[in-house]
Design a protein around this ligand. Structure first.
Ligand code: ADP
Ligand code: MG
Length: 383
């Protein structure tokens, strides 16, 4: 890939997608003096409301894509399932990072698994399910397993636990008979993620791993830096770097891993953008994952991160809003070390990411204690 031109502060950066990740990108870009233009059909999108300009149109609207490419000096994406077609059209007209080919791999669990194998990165035993023949040929050891649609899944959507062949066949039909991946259900000890940034010149910076706790398929709590074995952290970092290089990736990449009860690492999936688990970098490090996204897009130096605090991040889902009313924030706002970030979404729905709360402290234990107190104050389930 040819190096992108260096875009000095003052230039306009474009974002495809206007959710909370786009909003935090816009915040980081504006802090460096960039202007932002966001393409998102929702008139009330979190990023569209803070950007200098909001193009309200469908992601496949060619006129809107051309306007984005014309007005922005470079374009990035903030959501995983951005149509590859849209990225390709943009790429013909403006520098785009990450590129369409890398995003396409991250959008497809089968392609991800092929990449893991090519890079020698272990992952759960699995099989591609694309028809009756594949169903019949499933090796016994893959069950009990988890059947996942190859594309368009997120936050636990598009997947079903299956215990035997009958359930597998029924689940595949229930998922619409689309291409799926069946994974062996691993006995997990923990889940971690690595967030890195890579430039077209192969400069790579990464954060120490995050440890993630999910509830109902949605990230609930992130501990950072993860309290895990140093060798495991090093292996996860190496694997994530190898994957980024193999994709010739430019931008911010997240790789999620499982750690099984024998202490082995298995790559799970990748996100071609900043990640929910990386939100604590805003408050616990001197350069955030969104700063890196801006810098990779603008061709600026990356700077290795200095992690100055231990952090816990609590996701705030719409379930906390009762009858549409937000919780009372007074108690958590009064806690030293607590930083609340709300995404400005007007409508709260169960499972909808409305904001997050980061608790920082001088030690992991102190951050954990603060987070437990904050969770209690907000009525969040303990972990
Ligand atoms: P999503 O795109 O919804 O995040 P994931 O593949 O990350 O999909 O799965 C969501 C969660 O389901 C994981 O974080 C993990 O808790 C659980 N899970 C997924 N696959 C497996 C597996 N093979 N074994 C055990 N647990 C799994
Ligand atoms: Mg996941």
């Amino acid at each position: 890939m040819t190096p992108p031109p260096v875009l000095a502060p003052g230039a306009t950066l474009g974002v495809l997608g206007g959710g909370q990740l786009g909003r935090m990108f816009v915040h980081a870009a504006q802090r460096l003096g960039y202007r932002c233009i966001v393409l998102d059909p929702d008139p009330d999108s979190p990023a569209g409301r803070v950007a200098e300009r909001h193009l309200r149109a469908d992601y496949l609207d060619e006129q809107a894509l051309d306007a984005l490419a014309r007005e922005a000096a470079a374009v990035t994406t903030e959501f995983e399932n951005v149509p590859a077609q849209a990225l390709r059209r943009l790429a013909e007209r403006a520098p785009v990072a990450p590129g369409a080919a890398a995003v396409a791999v991250c959008q497809d669990r089968a392609l991800e698994k092929t990449l893991f194998a090519r890079c020698g990165v272990p992952c759960a035993p699995h099989a591609l399910i694309d028809g009756d023949a594949a169903l019949a040929a499933v090796p016994g050891p893959l069950l009990p397993g988890i059947l996942k649609t190859a594309q368009l899944g997120y936050d636990g959507k598009g997947q079903r636990g299956v215990d035997d062949r009958a359930q597998l066949a029924a689940a595949w039909r229930a998922l619409g008979g689309v291409r799926c991946v069946l994974e062996q259900r691993l006995a997990l000890a923990s889940e971690i993620s690595v967030v890195l940034a890579r430039t077209s010149g192969d400069e790579i910076v990464s954060y120490p791993p995050f440890r993630n706790l999910h509830r109902d398929g949605i990230l609930a709590v992130t501990q950072w830096p993860a309290a895990i074995d140093a060798a495991l952290a090093r292996d996860a970092d190496r694997a994530a770097r190898a994957l980024a290089r193999a994709l010739d990736y430019v931008g911010v990449l997240c790789v999620e891993f499982f750690v099984d009860q024998a202490g082995r690492l298995h790559a799970n999936e990748m996100a071609p953008r900043p990640h929910n688990s990386g939100h604590c970098t805003i408050d616990a490090a001197d350069v955030s994952q969104f700063d890196w996204q801006v810098r990779t897009l603008a061709g600026l130096p990356l700077a290795a991160p200095r992690v100055h605090s231990s952090a816990l991040m609590l996701n705030l889902l719409g379930d906390l809003w009762r009858d549409g009313q937000p919780p009372d924030w007074t108690a958590v706002l009064a806690m030293p070390g607590a930083r609340l970030q709300l995404y400005g979404k007007r409508e709260a729905r169960p499972g909808r990411k409305m904001g997050h709360l980061t608790l920082t402290a001088g030690s992991a234990e102190a951050a954990e204690a603060l987070a437990r107190e904050a969770a209690r104050q907000l009525g969040l389930a303990p972990w």
